[in-house]
Design a protein around this ligand. Structure first.
Ligand code: DGL
Length: 268
């Protein structure tokens, strides 16, 4: 039994898809969520810089919030590499997403979409190769620059995002995938548009639920689950405008977002 909170972070609002799944599956756990909205998007940045941002955030979660586990709710940060701090275990969204996509695909034709940083890092290509050593999967990867910015503006269903999606998703449509892995935690907020463009028979896989299940298993295995009945406490932190985070965050995640604390990271 361990009363310490779980830390989650993302460049902004995307990780809220993972936070939602964690709150639903593990309602008794305390959470601390950091949205680095002051420095989003991470996708076009050099991976080395994203790694430094992630290191700053994990250090803060461990030193100031004494988290017992860290969930990297950002594919780009996970692709850049996040080191454990002071022995606190770190889990990411990439491997759980790959597992869920492999389970969902019948034809073996799988698409992955993500930020430029994630797709060009080869993290998904490597993770599929490990999880599917016999090579059953025919993988089509496409970077989707611009999607994250639409979500951060709260524009999840406009004509402009539809036109962009038609252009960026053309390679996965052409490859006739039966499963599309949303390899960026912002993209589930665009699921209706994406589904409209790729065809509603294509299964969209978000890594959020699978990551929450992995977290639950890990907490149980390591004896770190809170194990106390009653709802956990949630702390929300943003490096950008806190009132925007609260307003848009409540729309995207729900009423659990109450007070939002500000944070000004040192230049990294
Ligand atoms: N949600 C982040 C991810 O999963 C978005 C990165 C960005 O800010 O570009 O990659």
């Amino acid at each position: 039994m361990d009363d310490r909170p779980i830390g989650l972070f993302d460049s902004g609002f995307g990780g809220l898809t993972v936070a939602r799944a964690v709150i639903d599956l593990l309602p008794a756990e305390h959470l601390v969520y950091i949205g680095d909205t002051g420095r989003y998007p991470y996708g076009p940045r050099p991976l080395e810089q994203v790694r430094r941002f992630a290191a700053q955030i994990t250090a803060k979660l461990v030193a100031e919030h004494r988290v017992k586990m860290i969930v990297v709710a950002c594919n780009t940060a996970a692709a850049a590499g996040v080191e454990p701090v002071a022995g606190v275990p770190v889990i990411s969204v990439i491997e759980p997403g790959v597992r869920a996509a492999l389970r969902a695909s019948e034809s073996g034709r799988v698409g992955v979409i993500g930020t430029v940083g994630t797709i060009s890092s080869g993290a998904y290509q490597g993770s599929f190769a490990c999880a599917d050593p016999v090579g059953r999967v025919q993988l089509t990867c496409a970077a989707c620059p611009g999607f994250v910015e639409f979500v951060e503006r709260g524009e999840t269903d406009s004509d402009q995002v539809y036109v962009l999606a038609e252009r960026l998703l053309a390679p996965v449509v052409e490859a006739k995938v039966d499963t599309l892995l949303l390899g960026c935690t912002h993209y589930p907020f665009l699921a209706r548009t994406i589904s409209d463009v790729v065809g509603r028979d294509v299964v969209l896989v978000s890594s959020a639920d699978e990551t929450a299940f992995e977290l639950r298993a890990l907490l149980a295995e390591s004896g770190l689950a809170r194990g106390t009945p009653g709802a956990g406490h949630h702390t929300w932190i943003s490096s950008g405008d806190v009132s925007t985070f609260r307003r848009l965050g409540r729309r995207l995640l729900g009423p659990e977002i109450g007070v939002v604390e500000g944070w000004e990271p040192a230049p990294a």
